[in-house]
Design a protein around this ligand. Structure first.
Ligand SMILES: [Zn+2]
Length: 224
C-alpha cells in the first residue's frame, strides 16, 4: 500500500534541491529570503527551552539546525509555480479522448492550523481535450501544493483548478484521502480515521457515468 513510486522520490529530491539553490543562489535568493536561517534556529531553540528542555545538551545541540532543514523541505512548494510545470510540458494531441487517471499519489503536507502533518494519497483524473501532460507532471502539481501550509479541501481544489486552467480538458476529477496528525496526536486523539475530499469539474461533475467510472478507479486496489 505505501509504496512511493520512484519518480515521486526523484521529484521530492528535486523540490528540495531547488529550494536549496534558491536559498544559496546569491542576490536573487537573498532578496526572496528575508529571514535568515540563524533567526529560525533561534526560534527553534526558544521552543526547545519553552518545552522545558536544555537546548545545549548533546542530543539537542544540532536539533534547531536539523529543524531548519526539515522545515525547508516541508515547505518547499512556495518557490514553485504548478501552472508553469503544466504549461511548459503539455502537448497538443488530437484524437485521444479517454480518461487519464493517476492513482494514489502519496503526499505529505502540513495543516495550516497546527502545522501538523497531513499524510495521504491523491487520485487525479482528467478527460483531455487536445492537451495532455506526462503523468509525472500531475504528481508534481500534487507535490507542490502539498509542500505548503494547507487544509485538505483547498489542496484538493487547487490541484483540480490548476489542471483545469492550464490543460482546459473536458473535465477534471480529484479525490484526496488523508490522515490528519492534528487529530491523531492532539485534540480528539483519533487514529485510523481519514478525511476524503473531492473536486469534480466539467464532465465529471455533469455526467454521472463518467464520475462513477473515475470513482470506481479510486476505490479499486492499486496495481503494483
Ligand atoms: Zn490541524
Amino acid at each position: 500500500m505505501n509504496h512511493v513510486p520512484p519518480y515521486m522520490m526523484a521529484e521530492r529530491k528535486n523540490c528540495m534541491a531547488r529550494k536549496l539553490e534558491s536559498i544559496n543562489g546569491g542576490a536573487a535568493g537573498a532578496a526572496v529570503k528575508k529571514i535568515g536561517d540563524a533567526e529560525v534556529k533561534d526560534a527553534f531553540r526558544t521552543i526547545i527551552k519553552w518545552i522545558g528542555e536544555d537546548p545545549d545538551r548533546d542530543g539537542l545541540r544540532d536539533t534547531p539546525q536539523r529543524l531548519v532543514r526539515a522545515y525547508r523541505e516541508y515547505f518547499c512548494g512556495y518557490d514553485e509555480d504548478p501552472e508553469q510545470v503544466l504549461r511548459k510540458t503539455f502537448s497538443e494531441v488530437d484524437g485521444y479522448d479517454e480518461m487519464i487517471v493517476l492513482r494514489g499519489v502519496t503526499f505529505e503536507s502540513h495543516c495550516e492550523h497546527h502545522m501538523a502533518p497531513i499524510v495521504g494519497r491523491a487520485w487525479v483524473g482528467y478527460l483531455p481535450d487536445r492537451r495532455v501532460v506526462g503523468i509525472s507532471k500531475l504528481a508534481r502539481v500534487v507535490e507542490i501544493f502539498s509542500k505548503r501550509l494547507q487544509i485538505q479541501e483547498r489542496l484538493t481544489a487547487q490541484v483540480a483548478n490548476t489542471i483545469d486552467e492550464v490543460l482546459k480538458p473536458k473535465g477534471v476529477a480529484v479525490v484526496v484521502k488523508a490522515a490528519h496528525h492534528c487529530m491523531i496526536s492532539r485534540g480528539v486523539h483519533k487514529r485510523g480515521a481519514d478525511l476524503v475530499t473531492s473536486r469534480m469539474l466539467g464532465v465529471f461533475r455533469d455526467q454521472a457515468i463518467t464520475r462513477s467510472e473515475f470513482l470506481s478507479l479510486v476505490n479499486a486496489e492499486p496495481s503494483e
